[in-house]
Design a protein around this ligand. Sequence first.
Ligand SMILES: *Cc1c(COP(=O)(O)O)cnc(C)c1O
Length: 403
Amino acid sequence: MEQLIYLDNAATTKVNPKVLDAMLPYFSDKFGNPSSVYGFASGNKQAITEARENVAEILGADPSEIYFTGGGSEADNWALKATADAYEKKGKHIITTKIEHHAILHTCEYLESKGFEVTYLDVDENGVVDMGQLRSSIRPDTILISVMFANNEIGTMQPIAEIGRLAKEKGILFHTDAVQAFGHVPIKVDEMGIDMLSASGHKLNGPKGVGFLYIRKGVKIRSFIHGGAQERKRRAGTENVPGIVGLGTAARICADTMEERARKESELRDYLIERVMKEIPYTRLNGHRTKRLPNNANFSFQFVEGESMLIMLDMAGICGSSGSACTSGSLDPSHVLLAIGLPHEIAHGSLRLTLGDDTTREQIDYVVEKLKEIVEKLRSMSPLYEDFINGGKEVAETKTEKK
Ligand SMILES: *Cc1c(COP(=O)(O)O)cnc(C)c1O
């Protein structure tokens, strides 16, 4: 098979051709600055307004509550830093989880260095936060709860509406990093009690470098970038018009096709999971079996090293990603896999495959066949596996499929 099989849609996605078409004129003919008064540029202002309306409608929000940013990381940084800034008189305690994206975790570390206190909630073996622990972590000086909507590595979705209700009951702001979820699963900010929400264009077949932060009306939040009056003076800088148009178009397409796509992707995902679990021994499925993103599968193969697996998959034309971080110069496996309780050696043998709307059953069949060969080959070179086969014990319990 010569074709590239891209199963890393949690890392980034391909821009939908319709999205690209919508963006292109704003690089050339329609290059005007949206802040200019002449008629030539007024269409650009209008295009931004439409994108804002599109995004707002999908969330059940008001367009004035949407602030475009330079991506998901910026939205996360803004939500945390500006809340800390605006509410520090009320208190300096923030609650988040151990499995957040680094855009949240590293921002929390920064806030800790500025005198804030952060509670990092545990998750269970499926990656779900413990509501009891969340409840008991709330203090009079807690100003913010930030819990991601869906995890980027293991796909687990959190009980967002329940967290929203608790936050409201306690009068605490609730932010969710919905970068993996927005456009993929239904989200309604009112029903779910969400006060702030981050999203990013390139995780929903839109462009990179553009995202938004939803900020509920009435939330005191500081400007993130000071300068001109763009984004109601809260995020200055000449707007990324093509990017914003792309994000708005991508969001619209995702919303219109969500049900159909989620059904198709989750069917293929389940097929992939079923075959891998059945045909490759000593394999564990990471993440919740059902409460997970429609396109996410994450496995740990015992006696296999993740990086070698990725390289061999790459040679077979398959793009996936691993929970081991050797390439980034660190020997520590993913903080998410450790948080769900995997021992290091199991976490190192992890593989994340995230499907796209163009993934086919034939591709999945090819991937499973290749994966079987690769895992077998890598195991045959592993001294641990040899010991195990010769009567040793398993490194850890991995056969149990967690419900
Ligand atoms: C990708 C991602 C981000 C970062 O978004 P960028 O637009 O790449 O900055 C943040 N959170 C989660 C959960 C993500 O998956």
